[in-house]
Ligand binder design. Structure first.
Ligand SMILES: Nc1ncnc2c1ncn2[C@@H]1O[C@H](COP(=O)(O)OP(=O)(O)O)[C@@H](O)[C@H]1O
Ligand SMILES: [Mg+2]
Length: 359
């Protein structure tokens, strides 16, 4: 959990340093006061990127050319404290853990697992396959220690093959790259499909917690035909892929087709149901994470009221406040986030970029 959070030059937020509650943190304030930016600061500390934009530079205050976020983490399970810091200057990101520079962002994500539910989260169900791959890969990252090195290796081979296609490399070179590409693709795909199995079970047990009136089917597509050998497919697509300039088969094209009662949910569900289903997916993933690792992720929920109807909201608040997870939830007023009076929580008020702790 986050014991301290400090940042400077994150969007409109003035430099701040706060001590969040171990459990519930409600962030309230008018439109454009800086609530989402506050959640972004937490997310950036874990992932070195934002959930709102793919360009981290956009998050830096327009009047500045650098920004930083730092946090003190405390892990209940191990009793360990860690100080994590991230600075972004002139297009470069630097990470520190306990004062030592670290090379990759994965280490920070390992220290600070973060899950976010925000107004665009429904893209998990309504958007392109990339959203679902990101979802699966989040789960795999924490579930299987081999996932990250496998993923990095695969990305490298994919880039190599794409570059070789563009350079019209000869078949000896192509064969060499493709052999390694396939090995790596199979490995990556096995980890993903194992995770989907876990997700199927996790989802079934969740239905009591979060009733969604449907039979779920999760149909994992690994990115190439289940009957064909990837090596053969790569060879067969070479000429076509050369013209396109990139590789058309492999785990970079994986997807998860989500159906209820045999139909794709995007075509069956109303917007409200989609939102609810999205939350069910996120909750299933959180539960799996907790069971698999014995740890708890930090939860960020942006604009909770606009996301769900009153019943669903209440249920979600109950789920969040009953387990010992640390949550940061934004809303325009605290009335929208009903907490039972005895539930331990903190309220932060954000006004024109200034954050004040209320209680
Ligand atoms: N890079 C930036 N520098 C300065 N201000 C920014 C930057 N990016 C966004 N803003 C402004 O920050 C304000 C707060 O945004 P946001 O955190 O989304 O508010 P809220 O979630 O409270 O509605 C908005 O007025 C937005 O225009
Ligand atoms: Mg907002």
């Amino acid at each position: 959990m986050l014991r301290e959070l400090a940042a400077e030059n994150i969007r409109n937020l003035h430099a701040f340093s706060v001590a969040p509650d171990e459990r519930m943190n409600l962030i309230v304030g008018e439109n454009a006061s800086g609530k989402t930016s506050f959640l972004e600061a937490v997310y950036i500390l874990s992932r070195a990127r934002s959930f709102r934009t793919s360009r981290l530079n956009e998050v830096i205050n327009t009047a500045a050319n650098s920004a930083w976020v730092s946090g003190k983490l405390y892990e209940q399970e191990s009793g360990k404290s860690t100080r994590l810091g991230l600075a972004r200057t002139h297009g470069h990101t630097r990470f520190h853990i306990n004062g030592q520079a670290i090379r990759n962002a994965a280490t920070a994500a390992q220290h600070l697992p973060v899950k976010v539910i925000h107004p665009e989260s429904h893209r998990l169900l309504t958007g392109g396959p990339g959203f679902r791959r990101a979802f699966i890969d989040w789960g795999c990252f924490y579930q299987d220690e081999n996932f990250y090195p496998t993923w990095v290796r695969f990305q490298k081979l994919l880039n190599q093959r794409n570059a070789a296609l563009k350079q019209r490399a000869d078949s000896r070179v192509m064969n060499g790259i493709e052999r390694e590409f396939c090995e790596s693709a199979e490995r990556l795909s096995r980890i993903r499909s194992k995770y989907i199995e876990v997700l199927r079970h996790g989802f079934a047990s969740l239905s009591t917690l979060w009733p969604v009136d449907a039979e779920w089917e999760l149909d994992y597509r690994r990115g190439w035909s289940s009957e064909r050998d990837l090596r053969e497919l790569l060879l067969a697509e070479r000429e076509y892929a050369r013209r396109q300039g990139y590789t058309l088969v492999g785990p970079q094209r994986a997807d998860l087709v989500i159906k209820t009662n045999g139909e794709r949910i995007v075509s069956r569900f109303s917007r409200g149901q989609i939102k609810r289903a999205t939350v069910a997916f996120e909750l299933a993933q959180i539960e799996i994470f907790e069971q698999g690792t014995g740890r708890r992720p930090v939860l960020l929920v942006d604009d909770m009221p606009s996301e769900l109807d009153a019943n669903a909201r209440e249920l979600l608040m109950h789920i969040f406040s009953s387990a010992s997870r640390q949550c940061f939830i934004t809303a325009s007023t605290s009335n929208e986030l009903r907490m039972s009076d005895d539930a331990e929580h903190c309220v932060f008020h954000v006004e024109h970029g200034r954050i004040r702790k209320m209680l």
